[in-house]
Design a protein. Structure first.
Length: 425
């Protein structure tokens, strides 16, 4: 066995020396665990979906990689098994399995289970066979190698020139590099396709950057190993830079898996809460008509609160609409158009003014009066737009003034018009 000159490891105190160095491994493990916890409810609810199960398994495997690659875990595994450096093939195998799983997932995820072609299935079989073979070869090479000196932090460079260990180190780095290159290429090709959901696109970009950063990890490791072959010492690339890059890469990969799910979920929640908030002006106005409002429900979900508010508004608005002055509403709409408002906004402003007037005069027209025969379908469907219009009293006042200025002369003209309309045979 060939060892680099001066490569004598001092006695290790796991609590002091390894504890601080392990932080760069436990942080990504925690982030990946959080990603798995976030995805877990969806995975359980849609357990029959193989892609979701694959994502869960991939995140779990990534957690194992960083847990078992932590220096404290390496020392523990070597001590428990009694085999120096047994953690090396274990970590290399987990990393290789993770790389192969990433390739399989991206191939299946992009093409979809229902659109698998013969070429896709053939590619997935090749990936499965090749990376399974690499895992077996890693353990065979370790069994053939002579690696009696335990190395916790710098095994890759310490045994860079050792027969069979040298091949094992190169094999796992080569398998990792190939997987990262192919996965990154597939992801970035996918990002450039049209019709992607915005959150999915951002998630893919995060995945793409995370996998691309693994190329820096591989370059740092390979450079440090080659430096040992030429008699130089660049171990800091392997023991310092590579773990930091792996940490950042894992965080970006975890974010890539979280973003599509969490982003869509949070966006939907935000839209529900925004819709509930936008309905408040109309809700307050309807409470002035009804006087009771909605009973308070403890622990009501945002969806339920929105539905209850919409239902209350429509229940009060339906009888109130019978008292609305359609002639006033028409004039208000024309006035809003004359003031430069686009038709949809003008319609909402006119409806808001009509609802305000009906609410203010709620007791002046009998329930059986025929003045409210107008179609209320549009009004009940556009309560959000009406409520938003109520938030702009200045615009409502401007439309009201313009409508009043364009109204027919005479204090009772509108009433007389209605009376004449009802008197027609």
């Amino acid at each position: 066995m060939t060892r680099p000159p001066g490569a004598v490891e001092s006695a290790l105190d796991p609590a002091a020396v390894l504890g601080g160095f392990s932080i760069s491994f436990w942080v990504p493990a925690a982030v990946l665990t959080a990603a798995l916890v976030i995805k877990l409810p969806t995975i359980i609810r849609l357990w029959r979906d193989p892609l979701l199960r694959a994502v869960g398994g991939l995140l779990l495997l990534a957690c194992f990689v960083f847990v078992f690659a932590a220096p404290t875990t390496i020392a523990w595994a070597n001590r428990v098994t009694g085999v120096p450096n047994i953690a090396a093939p274990l970590v290399y195998s987990l990393l290789t399995a993770f790389c192969g799983s990433c390739l399989l997932l991206i191939i299946a995820w992009r093409n979809g289970l229902s659109q698998r072609t013969a070429a896709t299935r053939r590619a997935m079989r090749w990936v499965l066979c090749l990376y399974s073979g690499v895992v077996v070869a890693l353990w065979v090479l370790f069994a053939l190698a002579d690696a009696p000196v335990e190395r916790i932090l710098d095994l890759d460079t310490y045994y860079a020139s050792t027969p069979f260990m040298r091949e094992e180190i190169l094999l796992y780095l080569l398998a990792h590099t190939v997987a990262v290159l192919i996965t990154s290429r597939l992801i970035w090709n996918w990002v450039r396709t049209d019709g992607l959901d915005a959150w999915l696109r951002w998630g893919l970009k995060s995945l793409g950057i995370g996998y691309a950063m693994n190329l820096i990890f591989d370059a740092a490791k390979l450079t440090a190993v080659v430096a040992r072959w030429t008699g130089h010492d660049l171990d800091w690339l392997s023991t310092g830079l590579a773990p930091l890059v792996a940490c950042l890469s894992a965080i970006l990969i975890a974010a890539g898996f979280i973003l599509p799910h969490a982003g869509q979920y949070l966006h939907a929640r935000w839209r529900i809460r925004l819709a509930h908030h936008e309905l408040r002006p109309l809700y307050v106005l309807m409470r002035s008509v009804n006087g009771d409002g909605m009973p308070f429900v403890l622990r009501a979900t945002p969806e339920l609160r929105l539905i209850r508010r919409e239902t209350f508004i429509r229940d009060v608005l339906l009888p109130l609409a019978r008292r609305m002055d359609e002639e006033q509403r028409r004039r208000s709409y024309e006035a809003a158009l004359a003031l430069g408002f686009e038709p949809g906004r003008a319609k909402a402003l006119a409806a808001a003014l009509a609802v305000q007037s009906a609410a203010a005069a709620k007791g002046s027209v009998p329930d059986g009066d025929a003045a409210g025969n107008a179609d209320t379908t549009d009004l009940l469907q556009e309560i959000a737009a009406v409520s938003r219009a109520l938030r702009n009293p200045d615009e409502l006042a401007a439309v009201r003034r313009h409508a009043a200025a364009s109204a027919p002369s005479g204090p009772h003209s509108s009433t007389n018009d209605h009376s004449r309309e009802r008197a027609r045979p």
